[in-house]
Design a binder for this molecule. Structure first.
Ligand code: ADP
Length: 163
């Protein structure tokens, strides 16, 4: 059984992430979307919220599960008895960080392979940060995220702007 882990912050999940999840679910027996804690980033959505949102927008994909993880990604992947990590690639600007990450993981566990999936050209500009920026100024994010995420963003920023 081929298990792939797709890790990320997913704060929040966008249509770009979902495109990768759909494509990976067709290639592997099981895909674990792993929501990680990024020490350097202060998230808008909590760990639990991000997991719940991704679960709700992937109910049509029976071989996709969603979990959160803490600590080193290489250790988590090993615990899950997986040996494949999926990452998405957008522009050249992603390459440097992804290259470092893939090599660091390889150093920690030589059995793990990082596979890169090229972004869908429609979503090549799309990131969680851009989505948050637009939503925070009440811009329309309808084509960028699933309807549930657009609604959760609206609620978050309405609450923040009124408090
Ligand atoms: P991280 O903080 O780990 O980079 P993200 O949630 O920003 O987490 O992204 C998770 C993964 O999804 C990364 O590999 C990133 O390059 C990829 N990704 C993000 N947005 C897109 C997109 N629009 N198209 C393809 N891949 C994407």
């Amino acid at each position: 059984m081929q298990i792939a882990v797709y890790p990320g912050s997913f704060d929040p999940v966008t249509n770009g992430h979902l495109d990768i999840i759909h494509r990976a679910s067709r290639l592997f027996d099981q895909v674990i979307v792993a929501v990680g804690r990024q020490a350097s980033k202060e998230p808008l959505f909590s760990f639990d919220e991000r997991v719940e949102i991704i679960q709700l927008v992937t109910t049509d994909l029976p071989n996709v599960t969603v979990e959160s993880f803490d600590g080193l990604l290489a250790h988590y992947v090993h615990r899950k008895e997986a040996n494949i990590i999926i990452r998405g690639l957008r522009a050249i600007s992603d390459f440097d960080y992804e290259f470092q990450l893939a090599l660091a993981i390889k150093k920690l566990d030589n059995n793990i392979e990082t596979l890169f999936m090229m972004t869908n050209s429609e979503y090549s500009f799309l990131s969680s940060s851009i989505v948050k920026e637009i939503a925070s100024y009440d811009g329309c994010v309808r084509d960028l995220v699933p309807p549930l995420v657009a609604e959760r963003l609206r609620q978050k920023y309405q609450y923040q702007n009124n408090s």
